[in-house]
Design a protein around this ligand. Structure first.
Ligand SMILES: Cc1ncc(COP(=O)(O)O)c(C=O)c1O
Length: 446
């Protein structure tokens, strides 16, 4: 049994009491971690307890906490100027867009619209897709999460609480099943008439074509399909292999814009710049945020050049392309490119393999999956029925927290591992030992 912290400690409790009086109660908070400071993949709370951070501020701190190169880049920029607004010009914006053009997951040149968050990048993509196609309808997925503003939340199909009391949502949105191979909700056969091998991805795209386009929405009135190449909040689900290629084909045949939401899965987290690259298809628009600037609020909507037909004044913002955020983003992308993306792939494979062994030892670990350092461990009441074990997941999160490990839940009962991309193997191993200890305790108490 590993050491347990008596958390929250007295200083943390005092801050929680003040927070409860003045902060909106709408924030979803898994457990009472009150941060003092951080370094790399380790953080300390206000009472001096140390934690390994496998949540990274919801997959944001790609380069770890307060990386000295990022701090230096922000400081140097702050001494020159902090803000000018995107109505003017500055080199940081251009350099970020040039870099994104280099790494965009399509051959065509790109143009970029810079934002302060993921949800704004999604809003920009939805608006551009409607503007470019002149079509009204948008297709999203059950399990998908895209943000909290009206457009992105309308395409979100994650939890009813995110919609309750906020209707009516955006018009023209249709949602369909995501190709979750562990929890398929559509029936499908493994072969078609020609005996070609099919997977659950085929079933989900066939559903759009044979049900949605037949009974509900004309295909030629659909502006965009918005999809996460790996589900984030929905459960760190890697879709069935045919899913994204079949979606690409569907969009090509019907003139639909394919938008990939890489807000959580992008920027090297999957071991490649973009998770969509694992499927060998080229999207039309990519939305990025979270890991792009190591924690400075920043996002980007990167579109194939020919889509950017909108005119001056059609879309803009005050803070997009903020100079501090641009400086942080450029340095973040340099660090990712020169080592951290490789580390994400290597440590990710190591963690996945250890978790798969752990799965054999524990009846509650139903499924282990992931790409790079985007790893989901689905907890179940029974491996045969796959019934989600939500309470057990909460007990594991809490047990890990008490032992000095920060984790987050997602989906119905999934524990996600999303540490900084530069986490060393030794810390990853320590994190896994703590996790297993928490799993063992939760199993004994269940
Ligand atoms: C896949 C995905 N898209 C969009 C968003 C929204 O990003 P933000 O919270 O920066 O608005 C999130 C946030 O968790 C996300 O995971």
């Amino acid at each position: 049994m590993l050491h347990k912290n008596p958390v929250p400690g007295p200083k943390a409790r005092a801050l929680l009491a003040r927070d409860a009086k003045v902060i909106s109660p709408s924030y979803p908070r898994d457990y009472p971690f009150v941060m003092s400071h951080g370094r790399g993949s380790e953080v300390w709370d206000v009472d001096g307890f140390r934690y390994i951070d496998c949540a990274a501020g919801i997959a944001v701190c790609a380069t770890g906490h307060s990386h000295p190169d990022i701090v230096r880049a922000i400081q140097q920029q702050a001494e020159k100027f902090i803000h000018i607004s995107s109505d003017y010009y500055h080199e940081g914006m251009v350099r970020v867009a040039e870099k994104l053009n280099d790494i965009a997951p399509f051959a065509e040149n790109s143009r970029t619209f810079l934002t302060n968050s993921g949800t704004e990048a999604i809003e920009a993509a939805l608006k551009l897709a409607r503007y470019y196609t002149g079509r009204p309808y948008l297709i999203g997925f059950y399990g998908g999460f895209h943000g909290r503003t009206y457009g992105s939340v309308s395409l979100t199909g994650s939890k009813p609480i995110q919609h309750r009391g906020f209707g009516p949502l955006l018009n023209g949105v249709v949602k369909v099943p995501y190709a979750d191979p562990y929890r398929p909700c559509l029936d499908f056969s493994a072969h078609d008439d020609t005996d070609a091998v099919r997977d659950y991805g085929d079933a989900c795209v066939d559903y759009i074509e044979r049900v949605v386009f037949k009974y509900d929405v004309p295909a030629d009135e659909v502006a965009a399909v918005l999809v996460e190449p790996v589900l984030g909040e929905g459960g760190y689900v890697v879709p069935a292999p045919n899913f994204l290629p079949r979606l690409r084909d569907l969009c090509d045949r019907h003139g639909i814009v394919l938008i990939v939401d890489e807000v959580q899965s992008g920027m090297g987290r999957s071991g490649k710049w973009w998770a969509v690259e694992h499927s060998h298809i080229e999207p039309d628009i990519v939305c990025s945020a979270k890991g792009i600037a190591s924690g400075v609020p920043f996002g980007a909507m990167i579109a194939r050049e020919h889509l950017m037909t909108w005119k001056p004044g059609a879309h803009g913002n005050t803070y997009g392309g903020n100079p501090l955020a641009c400086a942080a983003a450029l340095e973040t992308m340099r660090l990712i490119e020169t080592g951290y993306m490789d580390n994400a792939r290597k440590v990710g494979e190591h963690m996945l393999s250890k978790l798969r062994h752990m799965q054999e030892r524990h009846p509650c670990i139903g499924h282990v999956r992931g790409l790079g350092l985007m790893i989901g461990v689905e907890l179940v009441k029974d491996k045969a029925t796959r019934e989600p074990a939500h309470d057990l997941m909460e007990a594991v999160l809490r047990g890990a927290f008490e032992r000095g490990l920060l984790l987050l839940g997602c989906g119905a009962s999934v524990v996600r591992f999303a540490p900084p991309l530069n986490i060393p193997t030794t810390l990853a191993d320590e994190a896994l030992a703590i996790f297993e200890d928490a799993v063992r305790e939760a199993e004994e108490r269940a």
